[in-house]
Ligand binder design. Structure first.
Ligand code: KIV
Length: 264
């Protein structure tokens, strides 16, 4: 059993903020766990950040199981949430239960995350009733990028804000242990956070959520700054460090400095 269970995470609400980061392999998961992160999300953002796809839509269950299992092997304390990819839970609820079960059984995840509002509440309840903890995800839900026509803010007008509030309440009532709020106005995120009794995890949703989640390639400076959302803080420039290190290696191999002669 991991240190950060859903029970412990729920108790953080109003007491201690929850930091969450994405990871897609064992090496980085081990480092993030050592850094004291409470929650690691194996996001379907593996599609655009690791696998070279334009968005998350081509990501399959097999890919998610593969990356989730790798992350789980690297983690000791952190809670591992695995994303349910596009079309793994939309077709019907039986398939959704089986697919969520694969992320737990084969991927070693501690919980799953799925996108959508009140229309997913019955599925969330069924998963939870079957022993699968669920993190919900509302606001900007990237699997609906084609329907939305882009990655803008959600919940700006009263109607949209009321819908997001109703969605959050329905998902909390269905048994979700946390809700990701992506790209919603700070004031609305604060209101939702105050009105539900489970933690809200914000991304582009301001400082009043119960926790924050960011994509590792964004905060570590692996993704180029031009593609990085404006709400992201870059805590390191690993991309530049990698280019500098590898070009030094290339130079030293070329000029014969590396490898040095070994002692006989
Ligand atoms: O896939 C992902 O990385 C996510 C976060 C952006 C919340 O869902």
């Amino acid at each position: 059993m991991k240190n950060w269970t859903t029970t412990k995470l729920k108790k953080c609400k109003g007491v201690e903020k929850i930091a969450c980061i994405t990871a897609y392999d064992a090496a980085f998961a081990r480092l993030f766990d050592a850094a004291g992160i409470k929650v690691i999300l194996v996001g379907d953002s593996v599609g655009n950040n690791v696998l070279g796809f334009e968005n998350t839509l081509p990501v399959t269950m097999d890919m998610m199981v593969h990356h989730t299992a790798a992350v789980s092997r690297g983690v000791r304390d952190a809670h591992v949430i695995a994303d349910m990819p596009f079309l793994s839970y939309q077709v019907n609820d039986d398939e959704a239960v089986r697919n969520a079960g694969r992320l737990i059984q084969q991927g070693g995840a501690d919980s799953v995350k799925l996108e959508g509002g009140a229309e997913r509440a019955a599925l969330v309840k069924r998963l939870v009733d079957n022993g699968i903890p669920v993190c919900a995800h509302i606001g900007l839900t990237p699997q609906s990028v084609l329907a939305f026509g882009g990655y803008g803010m959600h919940g700006k007008g009263k109607e949209e804000a009321d819908k997001l509030m109703a969605d959050a309440k329905a998902l909390a009532a269905a048994g979700a242990f946390a809700i990701v709020l992506e790209c919603v106005p700070d004031a609305l995120a604060a209101k939702i956070t105050n009105e539900i009794d489970i933690p809200t995890i914000g991304i582009g949703a301001g400082p009043y959520c119960d926790g924050q989640v960011l994509v590792m390639h964004d905060i570590l400076g692996i993704n180029p700054p031009e593609g990085t959302p404006s709400f992201v803080k870059r805590y390191a420039e690993i991309g530049e460090a990698v280019v500098a290190a590898v070009s030094a290696y290339v130079g030293e191999v070329k000029d014969g400095t590396f490898p040095a002669e070994r002692r006989k």
